[in-house]
Design a protein around this ligand. Structure first.
Ligand SMILES: [Zn+2]
Length: 338
C-alpha cells in the first residue's frame, strides 16, 4: 500500500519498528478509502496485568488537528529512548500500562480533514444526546457535506467503534483509567476538559477531578492549563467520552475511577503570532513554524509525567476517604457549577 505524503503514519511505523521489544502493537481496524486501506494502530507499553492503572492517549480523532498525533508520537519517541536506560521509567512501567492510539482517524489525518472518509465528525458520532440542539457545531444529522455531521444513529463509524473497543477491552477492567484525547483549535489557552460535553451536569468523578486538579495546581503552580468541564465552553451531542464514561459507570466496579480528559490545545495564539495561518491548509489547527511546533511537542511533557505519577500514587486523589470526597465535591461545585 503506497500512501503519498502521510508523514504521521510513516513516523508511527518507524517508531513501531523500534518498539518491538517493549510494546504490544496491534492493528485494530482497517479503513478503506478510495483505492487505499488505512490501518488504525494501538500500542500498549508496560504491565499487562488487568488490575494496574492505565493511561491512554488518543490523537487524530479530528484529522486536521494533526498536532495531537505529533505530540503523541514525540512522547512515544522519548519513552522509547528512556526505556533503553532509565531504570526509573522501566520500573514505572512494571506498575502501570500506557496505551497509545495516535491516529484514530487515519483518513482524516491523511486528507487534513476534520471528519472521516464518510464525512462524519467522530466526536459527534456516539449514540448519546446532549442538550445542544440549536447550534450546528453541537452536531447534526442534516448532511455529511456540512461540518459536525453526526452520521448514522444506528451504527457508529468504524473508527469510533475501534476507539470504543480499545477502551472496553484494554482499559475498562482497570481500577483506575486516565484517558487523554488530544485536540487543537479552540481558544487562546490550553484546556483540560473532563465530562460532560453534552450536558451541564456534574459527572460522578467530579470529586476526583477536583482532587487531581488540586494536586496538579500544588505540584506545578505555574502550569498553564484551564481545567474545567467541557460543557463550560460549549455543549455537543454524541461525544464519545460522555458515552464511554456512562458505560464505564454502569459496568465497572463501584470504586473504579475513569477520568477521560480532552487536551484542547489553544491554537488561536499561534494565529495571533502569524495571521497568515488562517489561509494555510491546516488553518488554525496546526502551528506552522518549526520552532513553534517544537515548542508544542515538548509543551505537555510535564502534564504527561504528572499523569503517570498520579496513576502510580492514586491514593492522593482517586481513592479518597468519603469525608475528603465530599469536601472535594463541595469545592468542585463551587468552582465549576455555582
Ligand atoms: Zn478536535
Amino acid at each position: 500500500m503506497i500512501y503519498q505524503d502521510f508523514p504521521e503514519l510513516t513516523q508511527l511505523q518507524a517508531l513501531i519498528s523500534e518498539l518491538d521489544a517493549h510494546a504490544k502493537v496491534e492493528i485494530i481496524e482497517h479503513i478503506d478509502f478510495q483505492e487505499l486501506t488505512f490501518p488504525i494502530h494501538c500500542i500498549s507499553l508496560g504491565s499487562t496485568a488487568p488490575n494496574v492503572p492505565v493511561i491512554a492517549y488518543f490523537g487524530g480523532v479530528h484529522g486536521l488537528e494533526k498536532i495531537g498525533t505529533e505530540v503523541i508520537l514525540a512522547y512515544l519517541q522519548i519513552l522509547l529512548a528512556l526505556l533503553n536506560w532509565d531504570g526509573e521509567w522501566i520500573s514505572r512501567l512494571e506498575r502501570i500500562r500506557l496505551i497509545f492510539m495516535p491516529i484514530v482517524n487515519p483518513v482524516g489525518v491523511y486528507r487534513g480533514s476534520r471528519c472521516n472518509g464518510n464525512g462524519v465528525d467522530l466526536m459527534r458520532n456516539a449514540p448519546i444526546e446532549g442538550i445542544g440542539k440549536t447550534k450546528l457545531y453541537s452536531g447534526h444529522r442534516i448532511s455529511s457535506s456540512l461540518p459536525w455531521f453526526r452520521g448514522d444513529e444506528a451504527s457508529m463509524e468504524a473508527e469510533a467503534q475501534a476507539l470504543c473497543r480499545v477502551v472496553r477491552e484494554q482499559l475498562a477492567q482497570s481500577p483506575l483509567v486516565i484517558a487523554v484525547d488530544l485536540h487543537s483549535g479552540f481558544g487562546l489557552q490550553d484546556r483540560l476538559w473532563f465530562p460532560y460535553a453534552g450536558r451541564q451536569q456534574p459527572f460522578a468523578a467530579l470529586p476526583e477531578a477536583h482532587a487531581l486538579k488540586q494536586l496538579f495546581d500544588r505540584s506545578y503552580p505555574n502550569h498553564f492549563y484551564t481545567i474545567e468541564p467541557m460543557s463550560h465552553e460549549y455543549v455537543i451531542n454524541g461525544d464519545l467520552w460522555d458515552y464511554l464514561y456512562d458505560e464505564f459507570q454502569q459496568n465497572a466496579q463501584a470504586d473504579a475511577v475513569f477520568m477521560p480528559l480532552t487536551l484542547e490545545m489553544g491554537s488561536w495564539s499561534w494565529l495571533r503570532k502569524s495571521p497568515l495561518h488562517l489561509f494555510s491548509r491546516h488553518g488554525l489547527f496546526h502551528p506552522l513554524l518549526p520552532h513553534r511546533q517544537q515548542r508544542i511537542l515538548r509543551r505537555h511533557l510535564t502534564l504527561f509525567d504528572f499523569l503517570s505519577r498520579a496513576a502510580l500514587y492514586p491514593d492522593h486523589w482517586a481513592h479518597l476517604p468519603e469525608s475528603e470526597r465530599i469536601h472535594h465535591l463541595q469545592l468542585a461545585m463551587k468552582t465549576w457549577y455555582d
